[in-house]
Unconditional design. Structure first.
Length: 249
């Protein structure tokens, strides 16, 4: 099951919140494609008797796995460029890693995990998560590099995929943009542009099997470049990816 949750007040740094659960007696099929996002994941395990609260950093390659013993998971997806003010570390320290929140926040992270496990409902879990993140954002300094990276993200996602052009529009050097972007998002702007194209292609593939048209619409030079990106970033051909069973998370 996969449920969209109502957004709470910290919408400026939260992109999406989802609650997922496997069918009874089955593992939770997890799928994460490269997208330049960091997520906070709370999992209730063993029928809710125990659980964990972890940060999953941005991925450079797709992750597919079967998570056993998961009763329910709540996934908070941050907008790119919010790792430092919310989590207290540069995004590069999170790339391709899953880290317990207690390792980043210390005792408050461990206490939040315990509170979520004891919460009486899904809405209470979400409210507690968003309140903790909002409090964290109010009491931490926001680096200027994060603001620059978020401006660059908006330009890249709007279709400007050349890093030099993005840097020119933002009034900085390409080198400065690459450094700030990597620290704030966790991958470089060129790699992020690849994820934008990939995600666009994935969305188009949900309703079309014309890969040549999908490649053109997503901004690839040709179909061969789309196939190469799928192989490198996802580990599958586009056709094999389209035929895979859908994942819950």
């Amino acid at each position: 099951m996969d449920h969209a949750a109502p957004m709470s007040s910290p919408h400026r740094f939260i992109e999406a919140i989802r609650a997922v659960a496997p069918a009874p007696g089955h593992p939770l099929d997890v799928e994460r494609l490269p997208d330049g996002r960091t997520t906070l994941v709370f999992r209730a395990l063993a029928g809710g008797q125990t659980g964990d609260l972890s940060v999953a950093g941005p991925r450079t390659h797709a992750l597919f796995k079967h998570a056993t013993d998961v009763t329910r998971a709540v996934i908070v997806q941050f907008k790119p460029g919010w790792s430092a003010p919310l989590l207290g570390v540069a995004a590069t320290t999170l790339t391709d890693r899953i880290i317990p929140l207690a390792d980043l926040w210390g005792r408050p992270g461990a206490e939040l995990g315990a509170e979520l496990l004891a919460a009486p409902s899904l809405s209470a879990v979400i409210d507690r998560l968003t309140a903790a993140l909002a409090l964290r954002a109010r009491h931490t300094r926001e680096p200027a590099a994060d603001q620059l990276a978020r401006h660059a993200v908006r330009l890249l996602e709007a279709g400007e995929l050349r890093v030099e052009h993005v840097a020119d529009r933002l009034g900085v050097t390409a080198r400065h943009l690459r450094r700030a972007f990597s620290e704030s998002v966790g991958i470089g702007p060129k790699a992020f542009a690849r994820t934008v194209r990939l995600q666009h292609a994935v969305r188009r593939a949900a309703t079309s099997s014309d890969w040549a048209r999908i490649a053109a619409d997503a901004g690839y030079y040709d179909q061969a470049h789309l196939i190469a990106d799928f192989r490198q970033l996802v580990g599958l051909t586009p056709g094999a990816f389209r035929k895979r069973p859908p994942a819950a998370a």
